[in-house]
Ligand binder design. Structure first.
Ligand code: NI
Length: 222
């Protein structure tokens, strides 16, 4: 399941992020690619060894964490540090799969169950730059308004189309979920949506509350 998260950042947030990124130091993005993906990657990445970039990442993480839809879809147990990347002058990232195991936010390792891309520049700021996710049913091409994000299972191959004019800015990150299986997360998502609709219509949700709680007991990895 791909989930669109609209307006994770508002205009004021985007202005703040844009000001910070304009001043930061950018490095070759291939440094953080897995060995198999390195040859496919041509972009730049904000130097996240700098405190200002890490603080900006934490700002983005807090904005995501406040979202009920993110919590319900991802069931986050661990988050990666946020990476900021920039594509221009033909920059692209060919089809690749993200590392399954990577460094987590609080140090230590994490498993990448889900990935997200938060668009920081508007679609019209560059030509190309679509995130293309290769699902079994076909390709999904994603290019969102600034401030919106897409959340998807990290199990898919994906790529970023070449940016031949203008500039594409994005924040990316990964989630280790309490629920490892994408299929199980989707069942829980559907039940949560049903619960919400029932509650809005004044229908008692006690049995569905119990079903969700008991599925979490069956499936959650703590
Ligand atoms: Ni990737």
């Amino acid at each position: 399941m791909l989930l669109l998260l609209e307006s994770v950042l508002d205009a004021a947030d985007l202005a703040l992020v844009g000001r910070e990124l304009a001043q930061c130091h950018w490095r070759d993005g291939a440094r953080t690619a897995g060995s198999a993906a390195r040859h496919a990657k041509r972009n730049e990445q904000a130097d996240h060894s700098r405190d200002s970039v890490r603080a900006l990442g934490e700002f983005v993480t807090r904005a995501l964490d406040r979202r009920d839809d993110f919590q319900i879809a991802a069931r986050p147990k661990r988050l990666s540090p946020i990476l900021f990347n920039r594509y221009r002058d033909g920059g692209h990232y060919g089809a690749h799969v993200d590392n399954a195991i990577m460094g987590g936010e609080a140090g230590g390792q994490m498993r990448s169950d889900l990935a997200f891309t938060l668009f920081l520049s508007p679609p019209e700021a560059c030509s190309g730059g679509e995130l293309v996710i290769e699902e079994a049913a076909g390709e999904k091409r994603v290019k969102l308004p600034a401030g919106s994000a897409v959340l998807y299972p990290a199990t898919y191959l994906h790529r970023v189309e070449p940016v031949n004019s203008g500039e594409r800015l994005a924040a990316i990150g990964w989630v280790q979920s309490f629920i490892r299986s994408a299929e199980q997360r989707e069942v829980l998502w559907d039940l949560e949506q049903a619960r919400l609709a029932m509650a809005q219509n004044g229908v008692a949700t006690l049995r569905i509350d119990r079903a969700i709680a008991n599925l979490l007991r069956l499936w959650a990895e703590l």
